[in-house]
Write a protein that binds this ligand. Structure first.
Ligand code: CTP
Length: 404
């Protein structure tokens, strides 16, 4: 699981720092890229040269590199990292992390990082038991940091008790297990439609809707970050995709979206139909611009577009999971449940335009999920990415049932 992962190894000033040579070597052997950041005190316990040699990268310790004056950006490092391990974590660093005392490069990077953080404390048993350490570790847990509990054994003080930094092999195992659990969609192929479709009236005008694509793109990012290979069939939107796990297919019209989806349907494990597809297209598209003087009362003749969700529902195999969306203005529940059945979906995500902060253009959403088993799951108003997380949790349950 660690192959290609960007790991920041933060080393602080404790005797267990010598174990970081082995920890670095094991992480590199597992295929990770390791950037070591040392606190000034850590350098009293292990030479930066040992760690830069093992990691293949210069060790960072100060805000500036002394001989070049180059600024080491804690923000960039925090964004680069897939995980941070602070090992050994002394009582002092744990205290600084818990209380935001950003007086060195390591704690500033910790405060900037968005990635999961693992803390492997190492200290004498009385320090470990002190109420301030206990409270600070509790604070770190409350921030969502993972504490790799120290082992029992003989300590540097020759006292025997809890405080030995966990062995490097076990730290690597903990990290590996974390990535395995967080990549629960590993090996799955997810096809997602997103954004609006655009249907031409003439070479300069079109019919479309207010969809921004934000919900579909958040779902794509969420599935990709959980290890899935995502094909994102997107109508015209102003959004970018960053993940290497997302293959993007840009389309304009509903017919193009339909064809792109149906072509990729057989190889997909899950299909999420999040696009706001125009239900009609113009039958009499003008080949040149409709001119005001020549056409006083123009008539735009509409013809139905394919219902992509319905076509998928009819063609899908039993082992494929389909998810639809319903954006409603009234009779929300009945309309959503009708679509669930009509389109042969496994579950449908309903949002009501009557809810503030839900629907088109905004960054938040409030959803209700109706499943084919009759379950109704009500959600809070959350960011679209957090909503995507909840939807993908339900998708994961369906996918794992199909595996068994
Ligand atoms: N959908 C689709 N193709 C269409 C229309 C809708 O794939 N031509 C999908 C949407 O992506 C969504 C679900 O079907 O997952 C419901 O879309 P919605 O527009 O709410 O439903 P419609 O079937 O178009 O019904 P209506 O417009 O009457 O509410």
């Amino acid at each position: 699981m660690l192959k290609g992962k960007h790991i920041i190894l933060g080393i602080t000033g404790g005797i267990a720092a010598y174990k970081c040579a082995t920890l670095t070597r094991l992480l590199i052997k597992a295929g990770a890229e390791v950037q070591v950041i040392m606190t000034p005190n850590a350098k009293q316990f292990i030479q930066p040269l040992t760690l830069s040699t093992l990691s293949g990268k210069p060790v960072i310790s100060e805000f500036f590199t002394a001989n070049t004056g180059q600024w080491n950006s804690h923000v960039d490092l925090g964004l680069w990292a897939d995980a941070l391990i602070i090992a050994p974590a002394t009582a002092s660093t744990i205290g600084k992390m818990a209380n935001g005392v950003a007086d060195n490069m390591l704690v500033t990077t910790y405060l900037s990082a968005k990635a999961p953080v693992f803390v492997a404390p190492a200290m004498d048993l009385d320090m470990m038991r002190h109420p301030s350490t206990v409270r600070n570790l509790e604070l770190l847990r409350s921030y969502g940091n993972h504490i790799i509990e120290p082992a029992e054994g003989e300590l540097a003080s020759h006292l025997i008790g809890k405080g030995r930094m966990e062995e490097p092999e076990n730290i690597v195992k903990a990290l590996d297990a974390f990535f395995a659990a967080s990549e629960d969609l590993q090996g799955k192929r997810v096809l997602i439609t997103a954004g609006p479709t655009v249907e031409k009236i003439d070479p300069v005008r079109f019919i479309s809707n207010f969809s921004s694509g934000k919900m579909g793109f958040a779902l794509a990012e969420e599935c990709a970050s959980r290890g899935a290979h995502v094909t994102l069939v997107a109508g015209p939107v102003a959004l970018k995709t960053d993940s290497a796990n997302i293959e993007r297919v840009d389309v304009t019209t509903a017919v193009e979206m339909h064809d792109a989806v149906m072509q990729r349907l057989p190889q997909s494990d899950a299909i999420i139909l999040c696009a706001a597809v125009a239900d009609y297209r113009v039958e009499n598209v003008a080949s040149s611009k409709i001119k005001r003087e020549k056409t006083e009362n123009p008539v735009i003749q509409l013809t139905p577009n394919p219902d992509i969700a319905k076509a998928v529902g009819q063609a899908k195999r039993d082992d494929q999971v389909t998810v639809g969306f319903a954006l409603e203005t009234d009779n929300e529940n009945a309309n959503a449940q009708g679509k669930l059945e009509r389109k042969n979906l496994n579950f449908i995500v309903m949002n009501s335009l009557r809810d503030k902060n839900a629907g088109f253009q905004v960054d938040t959403n409030k959803i209700t999920i109706f499943t084919d088993k009759g379950d109704v799951i009500n959600g809070e108003c959350k960011s679209k990415r957090a909503v995507a997380h909840d939807i993908v949790d339900v998708l994961y349950q369906y996918l794992s049932k199909h595996e068994n």
